[in-house]
Design a protein around this ligand. Structure first.
Ligand SMILES: C[S@@+](CC[C@H](N)C(=O)[O-])C[C@H]1O[C@@H](n2cnc3c(N)ncnc32)[C@H](O)[C@@H]1O
Length: 235
């Protein structure tokens, strides 16, 4: 399915945190979309909540969900480091999905599934309440201009949705290299009555050692940007 067709299947949400870019698929990515998406992908279905016990080989393992995994740098790294955890990656950009599928195959990972769709809709329609141990949001599009702030994925509605899908004690982990967005996230997340900042001072958290240095993080570093991690626990 092309990105345009996929976008056509999106439901009623009017303001989205992404625009579908017409990036060309490499031959290998196109082949991965044909051959591997049926194996490792989950079709978006707004009428079907997922049953995690039938999705993965390791049925009872905790599930972490990554939103906007890009090319899958962090997703593949986490799935390799934590074989006893199951991962769902959600991304709309088709070349990135193709690339991640190639990685899943070449690394022989059995604990990753991919959904090519808007994460807001996936969370709302397909993820059962209190089902996730972690939600990861690394280097989301910062939407720098004021008139685009409404497109930032971290909004009160997003925070409420994520909080409802996290188990008690589960963690939302965000990272960004855009200072203005970091502050925006901090203010909105600190205002949630369902999430508690892991930083006792109510500020940013230290970067966890294991967090992968993704493509977008490397770009930020080249530009001299400071990176902020924000970790919140579902209470
Ligand atoms: C700046 S990139 C960061 C990619 C990756 N996390 C990294 O650190 O390299 C943001 C990604 O989020 C994806 N994205 C934005 N909004 C999304 C949404 N609502 N659902 C799924 N993916 C989304 C974009 O397609 C893009 O690939």
């Amino acid at each position: 399915m092309t990105e345009q067709q996929n976008q056509g299947r999106l439901t009623s949400r009017s303001i989205r945190s992404f625009v579908i870019r017409n990036g060309r698929l490499t031959k290998a990515q196109a082949a991965a979309m044909d051959m591997l998406l049926p194996r490792f992908g989950i079709e978006f279905d707004e009428n079907q909540q997922l049953d995690f016990s039938t999705l993965f080989t390791s049925q009872a393992a905790p599930v972490w969900l990554e939103i906007g995994f890009g090319n899958g740098d962090a997703l593949l790294d986490m799935a390799t480091r934590y074989p006893d955890t199951n991962f769902i990656g959600v991304e709309v950009h088709e070349p990135g999905v193709g690339q991640a599928l190639m990685g899943i195959e070449s690394l022989g990972l059995t604990n990753v599934r991919i959904i090519q769709h808007d994460a807001m809709e996936v969370l709302e329609h397909m993820i059962p309440s209190a089902a996730l141990q972690r939600v990861l949001l690394f280097f989301p599009d910062p939407w720098r201009k004021k008139r685009h702030f409404k497109r930032r994925i971290v909004q009160t509605e997003f925070i409420e949705l994520v909080a409802n899908k996290l188990e008690i004690g589960g963690v939302l982990h965000c990272a960004t290299d855009w200072q203005d967005y970091a502050l925006w996230m901090l203010e909105k997340l600190n205002a949630s009555d369902k999430l508690k900042n892991n930083s006792a001072s109510g500020n940013y958290s230290p970067r966890p050692d294991w967090r992968t240095n993704t493509r977008f993080e490397q770009r930020g570093e080249r530009l001299g940007h400071e990176v902020c991690d924000l970790l919140y626990t579902r209470i």
